[in-house]
Design a protein around this ligand. Sequence first.
Ligand SMILES: Nc1ncnc2c1ncn2[C@@H]1O[C@H](COP(=O)(O)OP(=O)(O)OP(=O)(O)O)[C@@H](O)[C@H]1O
Ligand SMILES: O=C(O)c1ccc[n+]([C@@H]2O[C@H](COP(=O)([O-])O)[C@@H](O)[C@H]2O)c1
Length: 231
Amino acid sequence: MQKVAILGGTFDPIHWGHLVMAEAALQQAALDQVIWVPTRLAPHKAQQLGLSFEHRLQMVQQAIADHPTFTVTQIEANRVGPSFAITTLQALQELHLQVQWYWIIGLDAFRTLPRWYDHAKLAATCEWLVAPRSQPSNSCSPDSCGSANDLTTPTTELGWTTEMIASCEQVIAVMAQQSIAIRWQRLPMPVMGISSSLIRQYCREQRSIRYLVPEAVRAYITGYQLYQNHD
Ligand SMILES: Nc1ncnc2c1ncn2[C@@H]1O[C@H](COP(=O)(O)OP(=O)(O)OP(=O)(O)O)[C@@H](O)[C@H]1O
Ligand SMILES: O=C(O)c1ccc[n+]([C@@H]2O[C@H](COP(=O)([O-])O)[C@@H](O)[C@H]2O)c1
């Protein structure tokens, strides 16, 4: 049976944090494939107007072009309403039979899992590969994110602090209270203090984004003069 992981995201734009996370997952879970899924309308970012789906898709395509086991799908391109994860997973299940499913996710997003649409069914359908993340991204609410001092108590596990691990276990506990069993693993990888918000901010401030995103993505952003005036 093939082992396939979904990496869903807004990717506005894709950056090295996403790519390092995907590579760590590939190795850790011995995956056969990672399917990148740009969201059309992220459920919790629905009010925000970001770049078009086409621009975000193009940047993902260019960033993963040289990777033999990364692919990108447009499965959410024409979806009406928010892009719920369970809908995407079920649609991919119909296309890929005989697959053991995984979902690659950063700690900030994992913390919000108990509030995802139909999370009970989703949790039963895939295993979660969680990447450490120290800074809350703009996308999560204050009650769902950790403090900025997550880096204070390191463990021997690459990238992970005791606070981050406790945060994951809190998610598992909340799910358990709802009688939802969840399969998950922590990804050993360095904490990458990069976010799409940071890239957009750097572009607005006309600071260099070299080494924060792949060169092809930087060229794309520069070529279309993206992120100059809005967040
Ligand atoms: N630097 C990072 N380290 C670990 N996980 C990350 C990192 N950046 C993004 N992710 C994860 O990748 C997935 C998609 O994230 P997304 O496309 O929203 O990027 P983002 O950098 O969080 O964006 P924004 O800053 O606009 O909120 C989420 O699961 C998120 O937690
Ligand atoms: O299904 C949900 O309710 C849900 C709620 C929040 C986030 N997600 C998914 O989580 C992934 C990461 O989202 P984002 O916006 O942080 O890039 C993306 O695939 C979203 O569709 C899904």
